[in-house]
Write a protein that binds this ligand. Structure first.
Ligand code: ZN
Length: 145
């Protein structure tokens, strides 16, 4: 017999299950009763200086590092804000595009594209001319007279 199934109300078991899932997902629990920090005995909200990151818990008031929630979160993310990460990526892209071989390649592509476009235009013009010739020919011919 499963002890939990016998002795714990169904609703409570369901709540445990939800809590478990929420914790595994790394999301702060959306319970109405706010949980209280065991270290500073305040509510574990962001406003009260608490945060969680990938299962780690942070309490600003009692943390020995003296970091604020934002600083701690930044550190957990590798010292980078999402904007930083974005800027870094842009910077990398710019540096990459400045490399001689990359520039040479993109120049080559551009030349190639221009050539293809030109060829395509000529091809289209020829096609259009043929089409209009064909039209004129069809219009000119009259089978029923
Ligand atoms: Zn706390």
């Amino acid at each position: 017999m499963d002890w939990v199934k016998v002795n714990v109300p169904r609703v409570t078991r369901w709540r445990w299950k939800v809590q478990q899932e929420v914790m595994e997902a790394g999301v702060p629990a959306l319970t109405r009763k706010k949980s209280i920090c065991t270290k500073c005995h305040r509510r574990t909200t962001r406003e009260m200086g608490h945060s969680r990151y990938e299962g780690r818990f942070f309490c600003e008031a009692t943390d020995p590092s003296g970091l604020t929630v934002d600083q701690w979160l930044n550190e957990q993310r590798g010292g980078l804000t999402p904007q930083d990460v974005h800027q870094k990526r842009l910077q990398k892209m710019r540096e990459y595009n400045r490399m001689p071989e990359v520039r040479e390649r993109s120049n080559r592509w551009e030349r190639e594209n221009r050539r293809k476009k030109k060829e395509g235009e000529e091809e289209r013009r020829k096609q259009e001319e043929e089409d209009s010739h064909g039209m004129r020919k069809d219009e000119g011919e009259c089978w029923n007279n």
